[in-house]
Design a binder for this molecule. Sequence first.
Ligand code: NDP
Ligand code: MG
Ligand code: MG
Length: 329
Amino acid sequence: MVTMYYDKDADLSFLQGKTVAVVGYGSQGHAQAQNLRESGVKVIIGLRPGKSWKQAEEDGFEVVNVDEAAQRADVIQILLPDERQAQVYQDSIAPYLRAGQVLLFSHGFNIHFGQIVPPADVDVAMVAPKSPGHLVRRVYTEGGGVPGLVAVHQDATGNAKNIALAYAKGIGCTRAGVIETSFREETETDLFGEQAVLCGGVSELVKAGFETLVNAGYEPEIAYFECLHELKLIVDLMYEGGLSRMRYSISDTAEYGDYMSGPRVVTDATKAEMAKILKEIQQGQFAKNWIIENQANRPVFNAIRQSERNHPIEEVGARLREMMSWIKK
Ligand code: NDP
Ligand code: MG
Ligand code: MG
């Protein structure tokens, strides 16, 4: 069984008298920084000049460059894009690290795959909200919190877990519950989930269904509704009450078809491929490819991104969504 922590298990006094530098002010940064401040924690923001810098100042924060933030902070939460973290760490954080400082992350990629190797005398931990930043912020302002993960990679002070839990409380996560994990487990499962199911699996499934209908002569508009648009309704039901709630809500015809045809789409071959994908993640092959891809300025990523944007489902979808006044542009 997993270990869960709640408000009563976390003590904000571990952050009292300390300065937290939130480095990055994007999706996670803006949410975590504002929640922490409202929980009574002293927060400064570390950034480069630009769009986020202006936003953080408008939100009333003291903003400094990352070098200064690293020097002034006791706790440094790194909320930069994962593929930028190693470089910024090396240039602007590592040179100033002193014994007893705490490095935090919201995703384990750089630590787990050895792109950031902190000195032994600092704490290294993870506090990862299991939700996009805007929800981290909104739920907190409504008095709640989103669930999160905590993990300790390196405990130099003996207090790494207490500090991580205090931080999780400060951003509201212990209101909902925080699960203890490891950098390895969080990193590998996060990569697998987004590749095999949430992003890669779902995108290919949607496109394959759309293409099958269009190639058989059906109208692309109809195919779009059946294979993409209605996905949201199904996922909302799963989110609210699992597969059972979804199957309760759909027709019995749909449910029977689900049982008969689903296993013919996701076959043993699909599952074998999933296992292979997981192995490549565990063995660092995926991480290596992505790191090299970034060092080469993303030739493969950019080419595929461009051709995916030109897929017929995107063209028909853009036109149809014009008809849907309730969808935000
Ligand atoms: P974003 O892309 O939303 O924000 C990145 C921030 O970093 C921006 O404020 C950007 O500022 C700043 N930045 C980029 N490059 C530099 C640089 N060289 N020096 C200084 N600042 C820089 O990131 P996310 O919030 O999505 O992700 C942050 C972390 O949180 C990642 O580890 C991610 O895996 C994790 N995470 C994200 C979740 C999410 O929902 N997005 C969910 C859970 C975890 P600028 O305006 O100058 O570009
Ligand atoms: Mg991810
Ligand atoms: Mg239908």
